[in-house]
Design a protein around this ligand. Sequence first.
Ligand SMILES: NC(=O)c1ccc[n+]([C@@H]2O[C@H](COP(=O)([O-])OP(=O)(O)OC[C@H]3O[C@@H](n4cnc5c(N)ncnc54)[C@H](OP(=O)(O)O)[C@@H]3O)[C@@H](O)[C@H]2O)c1
Length: 313
Amino acid sequence: MKALAIRQYGGPEQLQIMETALPKPNHKEVLVRIHAAGINPVDYKIRSGSLSWISGSKFPKILGGDIAGVVEQADKDSVYKPGDRVFAMLSIKGGGYAEFVTVKETQLCLIPEVISMQDAAATPLAALTALQGLQIRGNINEGDKILINGASGGVGSFAVQIAKAMGANVTAVCSTKNIAFVKDLGADEVIDYTKKDFTDTDNRFKKVFDAVAKSSFNKCKSIMDENGTYITTLPSPAIFLHKALNLLRKQKAAAVLVKPLGTDLTFIADLMKKGIVQAYVQKAFPLAEGAEAHKLIETERVRGKIVLTVIPD
Ligand SMILES: NC(=O)c1ccc[n+]([C@@H]2O[C@H](COP(=O)([O-])OP(=O)(O)OC[C@H]3O[C@@H](n4cnc5c(N)ncnc54)[C@H](OP(=O)(O)O)[C@@H]3O)[C@@H](O)[C@H]2O)c1
């Protein structure tokens, strides 16, 4: 099969189209013919080698943690049948920038009929991070004040919509050019970080979700309520130290590490089916132009998501 893969760690130019073996599904796995693959910042972090302690030294390596496609082959007793439209977040091994991939059934979910392959591919990793991050230290209740930093990005754009779906009052932090976008997502208040430090406010939040990991617990303490939680998407050594200190204080610090759970994706798919949550795809690139897509995601300026198209809709 055709895949966009790397033979060594390095810049975007390492991404090359190559012929690789068709993956074989094990028991409780499904072979999916990929129509579109989502792009996430973790993809370029793996490509560059900065996560090599996790991604290892086996090459060629097919990147890509998000896919949408059609079931090609499944176990006889599987809940999935050939022809089903499915999407999934893959494990850290990746494999999404290709014509086919095998996926554990527990990571899969049917794509709601109304959702395109591109929008489906743009969703799993970012939306799961948003959902699982927002749920840290308890569910959100009606009227809870939640601040989302990086509201215009992949994780942030889903977080605004999911928090609103849970009944939260959402303050979104973004730059001037994205104010209208985050208001369309449903944000109640918007803070333009290019004009004002978002921690310079009298409001107090139950949760501060730092979707772009550009702030810190110490900086956000003053805008969290007495029992408030700061949640970052960057699980750094500092945050582990903070987690130990959590035992001694009411305000808490936490980091989300996304899990590829089909059950959580089903929850998100239901919100998408009802039109409550949507993926926003800024740009779709053909598979062969993956290097250009990587250059764009590395700018940290993407609005919503970008995807690779393997089979056009
Ligand atoms: N721990 C996990 O399990 C996990 C899972 C998913 C993602 N992540 C990490 O989470 C981070 C965000 O992921 P993503 O997919 O949302 O990234 P992304 O889509 O590439 O984020 C880009 C967005 O971030 C905004 N942004 C950049 N700098 C900002 C700042 N200083 N303040 C506020 N907004 C800013 C940009 O808006 P402007 O152009 O307006 O600045 C842009 O819309 C990445 O580091 C990623 O690796 C971690």
